[in-house]
Ligand binder design. Structure first.
Ligand code: PEP
Length: 246
């Protein structure tokens, strides 16, 4: 099955009002490429102003709480993010797994809450360096998918992102063969979980994607796009990745 490529940016804890000019420039570039989907996940404080400047570019969040409301100081529900203008959210990012001890079960609950609120979801999985060195990368990713992917996942709202933790922000990437191998395993696992719907679900690669390595990574078997951190912060760095996907 042919799946449209998706290039999604993750600004992490970067971005002030002055950076909204980058949103505009990225939106303009995305509008030039009708054959590729582009989205930008900004800090929650920037969702509403980014939406106001983004035109047709979908603006997303980077996390949501699993509950609809309640005594959770400092947290944001999926419905709040939706109301602020987000159309998608990342869940299960490895930085949240590491910094906030989030589990695959948490990611599952957050994905379900996001779906309930009308948000699309990019759910992240990926092994640590120690797990890869121990030859366990494939088993770790399979287990994460099994525990975190909602049983009603389908391509119209759900995207999986394979992000080896040791590749995030390090400038290091797996080989193309290693990326292809994990993506094939991830797709097979998804098929076990959701059946034929797996064919419509995009699997993105994330971890130190740049304008230089994007053409090769995005041409790798079963890679349906990229989740991009550092290189999504400016149009100058992000647009070549969008170009490579087009
Ligand atoms: C990410 O944060 O999801 C990511 C892939 O970061 P980077 O591109 O900076 O490695």
């Amino acid at each position: 099955m042919t799946r449209r490529k998706l290039v999604a940016g993750n600004w992490k804890m970067h971005g002030m009002a002055a950076d909204l000019v980058e949103v505009e420039a990225i939106a303009a570039a995305a509008a030039r490429h009708s054959g590729v989907d582009v989205a930008l996940c900004v800090p929650a404080t920037l969702i509403a102003p980014a939406v106001a400047r983004a035109g047709a570019l979908p603006i997303g969040a980077q996390d949501c709480h699993a509950a609809a409301k309640g005594a959770h100081t400092g947290c944001l529900s999926a419905a709040m993010l939706r109301e602020a203008g987000a159309s998608l959210t990342i869940v299960g990012h490895s930085e949240r797994r590491a910094d906030q001890n989030e589990t695959s079960q948490d990611a599952w609950a957050k994905a379900a809450a996001a779906r309930q609120a009308g948000l699309s979801v990019i759910l992240c999985c990926g092994e640590t360096e120690a797990e890869r060195d121990a030859g366990r990368a494939e088993r770790v990713v399979q287990a994460q998918i099994e525990k975190s992917v909602p049983e009603d996942a389908s391509g119209d709202w759900f995207t999986l992102a394979y992000e080896p933790r040791w590749a995030i922000g390090t400038g290091r990437t797996p080989t193309l063969d290693e990326i292809a191998a994990i993506h094939a395993i991830a797709r097979a696992k998804m098929r076990q979980l959701v059946g034929d719907a797996a064919d419509g679900i995009r699997i993105l690669y994330g971890g130190s994607v740049t304008g230089t390595n994007a053409p090769a990574i995005l041409s790798t078997a079963d890679v349906d796009g990229a989740l991009v951190g550092g290189a999504s912060l400016t149009a100058e760095k992000f647009v070549p990745i969008i170009d490579a996907a087009a």
